[in-house]
Design a protein around this ligand. Structure first.
Ligand SMILES: *Cc1c(COP(=O)(O)O)cnc(C)c1O
Length: 754
């Protein structure tokens, strides 16, 4: 393909004369056309992956790589005095996701297309995304993330459906993003929206009129649900997503020749967590509208729907008051009542019913009773679902439960984010690993090769330098690449225990102040957004930012310890941070992290994990071996037992462990409080009290061992050859964590496409 001619045609002028903005727009058009050429209309059965979130990341480089155009475009631009990196800065990151669940959905779309499978994503086109995080006075504040106002890869289609909600009719409009497979077919991500959305209703920060559904429906992902209007808006969003999905699914199946009684030969729907659950009653409703009896409609829907569970945190299993559903989506309430009634007649066990005693509808109960597959996202997680959390369902439907350990796409999380490592791996072991991830194992041959080990540390150093340059340019902070980069980046949640990491940093700070100089110089890096209404999470951010400020202004400490909190952690930041990391903090309380995927990205880029035996860390441990990972903390069984017998008492640890007391007390010390210029700081005091009175995620019992193991990792780092060997073995054993492997398993066990 003559890319130069296409680009020049699109521009209407020479590349040298064009601005970066013009080149960006022309590239979007050229890329979309090339992607459309790779669409395939064949394939009887099709997967619909429905998800409230798709955290897709920037698309330009990724699409160029997948279409095999990257090198050519890169060189062409260089030749004309332009730079692809500069142009990529104009590419807005679509703000359609929040964290791991949305990122997983995006890795899956990449792998589905790369494996040549017939499968599209379905979601919503949030105009302002989750939010953009900024820091003011050491506090998180939220502003709209206006990605959609820029030029983007979105394609407006003429697909539109009527949706009835709250007694009104709304007409949807469907936008598409093309999903390019690596050297393979193109699929689509369908994003439903309303033409009437009006961002002028947004007032200070991310507040807006929650009642004006025609104007606000797709403004934000996860609008604040601390009041009734907010909770209702979430129901509006969810129903709007699945009503459109069901229309699209039935239209496509019928056009391919389905008589609807054989819908399962044409359609499989993967329900990503409980947000899209209403697709089940809605599909039944639309099948009845098209002439099926309720019995037939229920039976066929059951054969088409599969559910993925992403969490065992009870508060995340959605339940909606039936009254809310009656006022917003009365058309599906009678169907939900029939679904509930049938389960109650068939089984004694009240706990698996759909509508509970308080007239709340359990979304997970709909999925599990009326889907044909229920999967967890890592081995340990699935076992906990079967044995405790969903045990009552498991006893009735053992055949539905299966595990699909999460994965990540190597195209984005290796080739695109770490080109120098990719190139070196290709030189050593060939290109095969990009499509067959298990071939990474060949790297093990080089584990004692000094040249290879040196080259790997050299690449890490270059990536650290590139990250330092990026941070200096974008944040004005000057970092030192010759320190250990010890990183925790993920959503802020108490179960992920950023607060444990913070306590270590306080301890280290106090030691240095007391004249105990550490042997290794460490830069602790955090990246995390807190949900806007999650007070304690914001308190933890405030405490980290406060410690950061103390240290940044203290030349004595700064030489040995830095604490850096990056604002607005997103895919773009992740792609720069992860290749630069030495130690990957995966320190959730055992049993609480369903899988984690950040852990896999770090491993693949040659970081060594410091973690608990939780989620997919367990499988990382099994793949990499105990020599090449740092493990600490209570086991999931011990944690589950502690919760069960209510034996955990944080006060006991505080009173009996001087190091814990010293670190926790420091939160409300005059140094920390003093930063506010007042004599008290509500946020720090609240966090202090939370530790003392609750510490629900058990940081204190794990504190001593965490510090010991972390310090051991830092001292091991000094032996560069040994350390580099650990890095090499992490990369070599990351093959299992490719989302291609995960998707092959989904297809083999659940979807059965082709
Ligand atoms: C991978 C990723 C996550 C998920 O990280 P976990 O450590 O698995 O929670 C969250 N945010 C972004 C931007 C990511 O790329």
């Amino acid at each position: 393909m003559d890319i130069e001619k296409k680009l020049v045609d699109e521009l209407g002028k020479n590349i040298i004369e064009a601005t970066n903005e013009e080149i960006y727009r022309a590239l979007v058009s050229v890329v979309n056309k090339a992607a459309i050429d790779k669409e395939e209309r064949n394939g009887k059965k099709k997967l619909y992956y429905i998800s409230a979130e798709f955290l897709i990341g920037k698309l330009l480089s990724n699409n160029l790589i997948n279409l095999g155009l990257f090198d050519e475009v890169h060189e062409l631009l260089e030749k004309n005095g332009k730079n692809l990196g500069d142009i990529e800065e104009l590419d807005a990151e679509p703000s359609l996701g929040n964290g791991g669940l949305g990122r997983l959905a995006s890795c899956f779309l990449d792998s589905i297309a790369t494996l040549g499978l017939n499968g599209d994503g379905v979601g919503l086109n949030y105009h302002m995304g989750l939010f953009k995080q900024t820091f003011k006075d050491r506090l998180q504040s939220e502003i709209p993330d206006k990605w959609i106002d820029k030029d983007t890869f979105l394609i407006k289609t003429d697909v539109s459906y009527p949706v009835s909600m709250g007694g009104k009719m709304y007409n949807s409009v469907m936008y598409d993003l093309l999903v390019t497979g690596y050297e393979n077919r193109t699929n689509r991500l369908h994003l439903f929206d309303l033409e009437t959305i009006d961002s002028s209703i947004i007032k200070n920060g991310i507040d807006f009129d929650k009642e004006a559904v025609d104007k606000n429906l797709t403004l934000f992902l996860y609008p604040d649900d601390s009041d009734e209007a907010g909770r209702k808006l979430r129901i509006y969003q969810q129903y709007f997503m699945v009503c459109n999905a069901a229309h699209l699914i039935l239209d496509e199946a019928v056009s391919k020749g389905s008589d609807l009684y054989n819908l399962d030969e044409y359609v499989v729907i993967q329900i990503n967590d409980t947000h899209p659950t209403m697709v089940i009653p809605e599909l039944i409703r639309q099948l009845m509208e098209r002439g099926l009896s309720i019995d037939d409609a229920i039976e066929i829907t059951n054969k088409c729907c599969a559910y993925t569970n992403h969490t065992i945190l009870a508060e995340a299993l959605e339940k909606w008051p039936i009254g809310y559903l009656k006022s917003i989506v009365p058309q599906i309430v009678p169907i939900i009542e029939v679904l509930d009634d049938r389960i109650r007649r068939k089984y004694e066990d009240e706990s698996i019913a759909i509508i509970d005693r308080n007239d709340f509808v359990s979304m997970a109960a709909i999925d599990i009773n009326y889907g044909y597959s229920v999967n967890g996202v890592a081995g340990l997680h699935t076992e906990i679902l079967k044995n405790t959390e969903l045990n009552n369902f498991y006893k009735i439907y053992p055949e539905k439960f299966n595990n699909k350990t999460n994965g990540i796409t190597f195209r984005r999380w290796l080739m695109s984010c770490n080109p120098s490592l990719t190139k070196y791996l290709e030189e050593l072991i060939g290109e095969g690993f990009i499509k067959d991830s298990f071939l990474l194992k060949k790297l093990e041959e080089y584990k004692d090769d000094k040249n290879v080990l040196n080259k790997l540390s050299e690449i890490k150093m270059q990536n650290k330098q590139a990250f330092c340059d990026y941070i200096e340019k974008t944040r004005g902070i000057i970092l030192d690449k010759d320190t250990i980069f010890d990183v925790q980046s993920k959503r802020l949640h108490e179960y992920k225990r950023q607060q444990l990491n913070l306590l270590w940093a306080i301890r280290r700070y106090l030691d240095i102040k007391a004249g105990i100089i550490p042997e290794e110089r460490v830069t602790v890096i955090f990246g995390a957004k807190a949900a806007p209404a999650y007070t304690i999470a914001k308190d933890i951010i405030h405490a980290i930012l406060s410690l950061m400020q103390l240290i940044e202004n203290d030349e004595d400490v700064k030489k040995y310890l830095r604490v850096i909190m990056l604002d607005n952690y997103n895919v773009d930041v992740a792609e720069k941070l992860i290749p630069a990391c030495d130690i990957s903090e995966q320190i959730s309380l055992a049993s609480k992290e369903a899988s984690g995927t950040g852990n896999m990205k770090y491993m693949l880029n040659g970081a060594v994990t410091l973690g608990t035996m939780d989620g997919a860390n367990v499988e990382i441990f099994e793949n990499v071996g105990e020599e090449n990972i740092y493990i600490f903390g209570l086991s999931s069984d011990e944690v589950i037992a502690k919760y069960k017998n209510g034996s955990y008492d944080p006060k006991y640890y505080y009173d009996n462990n001087a190091e814990i007391k010293r670190a926790v007390d420091f939160l409300v010390s005059k140094e920390m409080i003093g930063l506010s210029g007042k004599d008290h700081d509500e946020s720090l005091e609240r966090l202090y009290n939370e530790f003392l009175n609750k510490d629900y995620f058990m940081t204190f019992p794990d504190f001593d061992e965490y510090c010991k193991v972390r310090n051991k990792a830092h001292s091991d780092y000094k032996n560069q050859d040994e350390w580099s060997r650990k890095c090499l073995l992490n990369i070599a054993n990351a093959g299992y964590f490719s989302s291609d492997r995960t998707i092959e398993e989904y297809n083999r066990d659940i979807w059965k496409l082709q």
